[in-house]
Design a protein. Structure first.
Length: 195
């Protein structure tokens, strides 16, 4: 228990430091000083400063609330699909463009599995896309799993563009609009989709 608590403290304090100063400006020694630990203690828990980046997204996947996996009667399937993609995109926005950019860079240098699918999440999203096709909210007749992958690719691409633009563009609204175009979204009730 003590080990897990210290590891979580290292992860959280490093995130705080990265947000305050920027990823490149924070050294392992800075993290050790903030946690009141030595470098050998840091390396006992984490392989490198870069390794910390994978925890910021794995914690997001673990934080998906259990009730999100339920589809109650009358659920707006398309809105729930958007909510699923936006859950991860908002998490990326919360990290900020500098830190999210570092997540991309570190995974390009050595893939750490940061962007791996969460199987239960993927299965639910595919089911939601299928239901939205059946009820006429999505008119794109492509395979639901393929459409899900297109949405994932779009969300990663929009995230990368947001990093390049240093966080100035509104990726959430742009993503919602453009996913609607790809999925050929049609809301039978004429409701506005929320980002």
């Amino acid at each position: 228990m003590k080990r897990r608590k210290l590891k979580n403290e290292i992860i959280q304090k490093s995130l705080d430091l990265f947000r305050q100063r920027g990823y490149e400006a924070v050294s392992v020694q800075d993290i050790c000083d903030a946690c009141d630990i030595t470098k050998p203690t840091f390396y006992k828990y984490l392989a490198s400063k870069q390794t910390l980046l994978s925890y910021f997204f794995s914690s997001m996947a673990e934080a998906i609330p259990d009730d999100w996996y339920r589809i109650p009667e009358g659920t707006d399937c398309y809105q729930k699909i958007l909510d699923g993609y936006l859950m991860f995109m908002r998490h990326a926005c919360d990290l900020g463009p500098d830190l999210y950019n570092q997540v991309f860079i570190s995974n390009l240098e050595e893939y750490m599995g940061t962007f791996n699918d969460v199987p239960a999440f993927t299965d639910l999203m595919v089911d939601l896309i299928r239901e939205a096709q059946e009820c006429g909210q999505i008119h794109n007749p492509s395979d639901p799993k393929s459409l899900y992958k297109v949405g994932v690719g779009m969300s990663l691409g929009y995230g990368a563009y947001w990093c390049l633009d240093e966080g100035r563009c509104n990726i959430l609204e742009d993503f919602c609009r453009d996913l609607g175009a790809v999925f050929m979204h049609q809301d039978p009730a004429g409701k506005e989709v929320k980002a």
